[in-house]
Design a binder for this molecule. Structure first.
Ligand SMILES: C[S@@+](CC[C@H](N)C(=O)[O-])C[C@H]1O[C@@H](n2cnc3c(N)ncnc32)[C@H](O)[C@@H]1O
Ligand code: SF4
Length: 344
């Protein structure tokens, strides 16, 4: 089976106060980092049908990102994450030429006050400009990342952001509800966040607007034009194999999960590769199949595993059968964490 390839670019122009993805702001050693990633790639063989370069902010390292993409294997789906505050037309054209065919733009919101509250480096106008530049550079597959239930966000302000999304007509949208991560500046800070009820209403508003513009919901937070679902991310939810390169990257191959240390300095010295290796037992694999796979709206193929938990969840109206699959109901989507807990 073809594998997915993930490359972590652990650099950002500035750290956002809610984010716990591994990245640093000192980009001076990005050229050496790219060399080490290519060296690590040489330790793997096999074919890759999806490539995903994420971060961090891959576009913050400019030409080094282009050099990286030129050297990575070409894939049917080749995504790069881009920040609206860190792209220009030359960079986008060079990425396209290097084989990148899908761009994931971290827009988050088209409301300047919300962007400021999130500590983002870009404005709504820059986000729109970045999207138009991506189209001008020839990207036929552009995804927008949005964040829901962020400080001071309301149902009304989300509707306005979604009106702009409809106008731009992207091929794919990811809409993640803000998670307050321990250890980030947002943790314990006094923030004006939507109540639980408002949070639910914001999520429904986003879901209904996105599906209303012809995007199909294929995962709790992901919407796409039919046929343009992110094949790479689907690999994570369906336990397909993938290799992760770079500091803090994870891999899942041959029933094992590996992870590289979240430490750029160590990675540059050739240390920190596959420092953790966990053998996934059959029981763990089955549990993961359910708590990851149930994120997908199609659900998971069901052949009688965990009968008590599944029957209980069906009785409570949280799961339903559909063909040979079981999947979350609408209520189950609301209480997804409760459902997933049954399988962890
Ligand atoms: C790790 S970022 C990488 C992309 C790019 N650096 C950016 O921020 O636009 C990928 C996405 O994760 C989401 N994200 C990051 N931290 C989050 C959090 N604490 N809660 C919810 N979503 C988050 C954002 O939507 C972001 O676009
Ligand atoms: S959200 Fe994106 S830009 Fe902000 S710190 Fe995280 S990875 Fe960097």
């Amino acid at each position: 089976m073809n594998k997915g390839l993930y490359v972590h670019v652990p650099y950002c122009v500035r750290k956002c106060p809610y984010c716990d993805f591994y990245s640093i702001v000192d980009r001076s050693r990005a050229p050496a980092y790219v060399d080490m990633v290519l060296d690590e790639l040489g330790t793997y063989d096999g074919e890759f049908d999806t490539v995903f370069v994420g971060g961090g902010t891959p576009t913050s390292v400019g030409r080094e990102l282009v050099r990286l993409c030129e050297a990575l294997p070409k894939a049917e789906e080749f995504t790069v994450e881009a920040n609206p505050g860190a792209v220009d037309i030359e960079l986008l054209r060079a990425l396209k030429k290097a084989g990148v065919n899908r761009l994931s733009l971290g827009v988050q919101s088209f409301n300047d006050a919300e962007l400021r509250a999130l500590g983002r480096i870009h404005t709504a106008a820059q986000a729109e400009e970045a999207y138009l530049l991506a189209r001008e550079a020839g990207f036929g597959n552009v995804s927008l990342d949005l964040m829901l239930s962020t400080p001071n966000q309301t149902v009304g302000s989300v509707k306005k952001t979604l009106e702009k999304v409809r106008e731009l007509s992207p091929d794919h949208v990811s809409a993640y509800s803000l998670i307050i991560e321990e250890g980030t500046p947002f943790y314990g800070a006094e923030l004006s966040l939507p109540s639980e009820d408002e949070e639910r209403e914001i999520y429904y508003t986003a879901r209904d607007c996105l599906t209303g513009m012809g995007l199909v919901q294929y995962e709790i937070s992901n919407f796409a034009r039919p046929g343009m679902e992110c094949r790479h991310n689907i690999k994570y939810w369906t336990l397909a194999p993938y290799v992760g390169l770079g500091a803090a990257a994870h891999s899942y191959c041959d029933g094992r999960r590996y992870s590289n240390a979240p430490d750029v300095a160590a990675y540059l010295e050739g240390r920190g590769r596959r420092v953790e290796c966990e053998v996934i037992t059959e029981d763990e694999r089955l549990r993961e199949k359910f708590w990851l796979g149930l994120r997908m709206t199609a659900g998971v193929p069901y052949s009688g595993e965990f009968p008590e938990a599944v029957d209980r969840l069906i009785e409570r109206g949280l799961l339903e059968r559909s063909g040979g699959n079981i999947r979350l109901t609408r209520r189950g989507t609301d209480l997804a964490n409760l459902v997933f807990m049954e399988f962890v």
